[in-house]
Design a protein around this ligand. Structure first.
Ligand code: CMP
Length: 139
């Protein structure tokens, strides 16, 4: 398996409920390394740009509102097969469908406030990582 990097976001509901440590522990105990990290409150333009692929979806406006409602913790996770591994640790988007023991099954409040985001493929991981981190931060 290839060494990969993927983008993770602990969303406003996760940061608000003080879950940063618990979530990072799950990444680390699964063999992923936190290679870069920042805690920020996204602007509307940043959230709209990040989720641009969902612009036409009915939930887009609400998603942008929610993602700008409080601080988020954005990180780059590194490891063997990191993209798929992170998605396995997170569980399905809808917490009702997330496998037991996954972050979303344990912590998500709803399909929108679902505690974490993770890149879904190598192309999105590359785009999303560069969206939030510059080359120096990714060394
Ligand atoms: P995420 O993995 O960050 O990707 C898109 C986000 O849109 C998703 O998690 C949820 O936070 C949010 N969302 C809200 N409603 C839906 C929905 N019906 N289907 C998919 N994503 C949704």
């Amino acid at each position: 398996m290839a060494l990969e990097r993927t983008l993770s976001i602990i969303k406003p509901d996760g940061v608000k409920r003080n879950l940063i440590g618990k979530i990072f522990t799950r990444f680390e105990e699964s063999g992923l390394k936190v290679a870069a990290v920042k805690r920020v409150t996204l602007t509307r333009a940043q959230a709209e740009g990040f989720y641009a692929v969902h612009r036409e979806r009915p939930f887009f406006a609400s998603l942008v509102e929610y993602m700008t409602s409080g601080p988020v913790v954005i990180s780059v996770l590194e490891g063997e097969g990191a993209i798929a591994k992170n998605r396995e640790i997170m569980g399905a988007t809808d917490p009702k469908k997330a496998a037991p023991g996954t972050i979303r099954a344990l912590f998500a409040e709803s399909i929108e406030a679902n505690t974490v985001h993770g890149s879904d493929a190598p192309e999105t991981a590359a785009f999303e990582t560069r969206y939030f981190f510059n080359a120096f931060e990714l060394l």
